[in-house]
Design a protein around this ligand. Sequence first.
Ligand SMILES: *Cc1c(COP(=O)(O)O)cnc(C)c1O
Length: 562
Amino acid sequence: MKYQSTRGKSPVLSFEDAVFQGLAPDGGLYIPTEIPKVSLPEIVSWAKLDFPNLASKLFRFYISPSEIPDNDLLELCQKSFSTFSHKDVTPVKKLPNVFQGSRDINLDNLFVLELFHGPTFAFKDVALQFVGNLFEYFLTRKNKEDPSSPGEKEKHWITVVGATSGDTGGAAIYGLRGKKNVNVFILHPKGRISSVQEQQMTSVTDENVFNVSVEGTFDDCQETVKSLFSDVAFRNKYHLAAINSINWARILAQTSYYFFSYFQILRLNKVPFESAPSYASLTKIQYSVPTGNFGDVLAGYFALRMGLPIYNLIIATNANDILHRFLETGTCSKPQTGVAQTLSPAMDILVSSNFERMMWYLARGDSRNGNSLATNETEVRASQQINEWMQAVKSNGFTVSAETLANARAVFSSAAVSDVQTTDAINRYYHHQFMLALNSSDISVGVKGYILDPHTAVSVVAAEKIVDTQKAAGAIYTVCLSTASPGKFPEAVMEAINENVPVFSYQAGFAPVKFADFAPKQLVELEGLPKRCIHIPTDGGNTELALERVRKVIVEKVLSMH
Ligand SMILES: *Cc1c(COP(=O)(O)O)cnc(C)c1O
């Protein structure tokens, strides 16, 4: 399998090269030269596999065996997902129907897919645990094939540099800590990320990990990183590599849980599967995906195109609703007002970077099943279109044709969810247990309430809204992706649950929840751990100075290692 740029002006690359490149030199994103289709018997044969085995079968379609042989690929998957604390890696749980009797909406088939059992308790671990191992694997092999002279340091190494406003930095650090031939520098805006996230990152004291706190905003940090990457001499000398969400390997890694959760849903609901005679007869599923940069939901699109029977993908946004507005109107444009700060900060974006990949398929004329008439020429035109659209989105935006919009709507629906609705959902799903307890003579019915983190709450509210419009389709299983543990966003969670407490909860003995009641123990214990962080003062926001100082830190640290 080879990879081409959405902008059409970069050479086609192998998987390995696409992973190290990140962004294509023409500014585009890498996509596979075709989307592989998995045959029905093959999908059926995956039903009983455990997570790493399933993932390795799936990834095989995108990585040539000459690049990574079968055994190594399986080992990479086993290593990557063994750091998850749940035996299923990403378990599926049923949500209670909190509307039962109060509203005519069929929520009996609502589930959450918990993607947060990795080392940093956020879904980005699924991808970044894998990417860290991939980097190490490829570098180790390059050094073996191209050894240095005796007594010298190894020739092939990289310096990962990134900026974070929260979850990405932590997941990247945990994915790369202790990896051979990799140093990682993660910049964060001092005092402007949540305390859990800051403690999580700075308590990683491995030799190859450098937390850099910069006086300024997240945008300042990101600008500094961009400047470093655009300095070609510096970039080449220090072998800079990026791990942001446009890296193809991250999207690929995320397709795994779409397939895995499909089989979990069938098992949970005792749906027979092995004997399905045709694609059309397979049980359908839909996913609600809390969306920021569109990486997670894009992975769902690839799963659908590969043959997973996905009925619909729900794009769930917060107030930063560029994608929801696009699906409503066909126009993709930045809001006039800048980024809105919401209770789901990992989705606070202006423009979703990975949407470019989706737009390329739409520009090629693809619908649910692709476009069997696509030729080289169609692809050249699609890339030209992408170049135009991506220019336009920087200013006034662009509008697609009615046909293109219909093609998008054949795959996606969308909903924008406000902070008030987010808080309300956290409240409803938690307090439901007390209503059950009161209404039942069987006191054991007081099933523990489910605690949604704010990002997950956005996906649940979006699912409720869409399911409400799909009365006839009520039998379809709807899976809400749960992208973070509530313990990562404790302030929002405690406020949602401990305020506006329903009367029935007090009657049934509700007591306010505390951080330690619902946070994983590792997060509670972060407070006492030793921390390491390099602070970069900018003398009151001088970005030139920030850049110079960060550059100096990288040079110094990297030279001391190599
Ligand atoms: C990154 C993130 C998201 C958004 O994922 P995208 O792939 O950028 O759409 C949602 N929730 C959480 C908790 C995240 O960390």
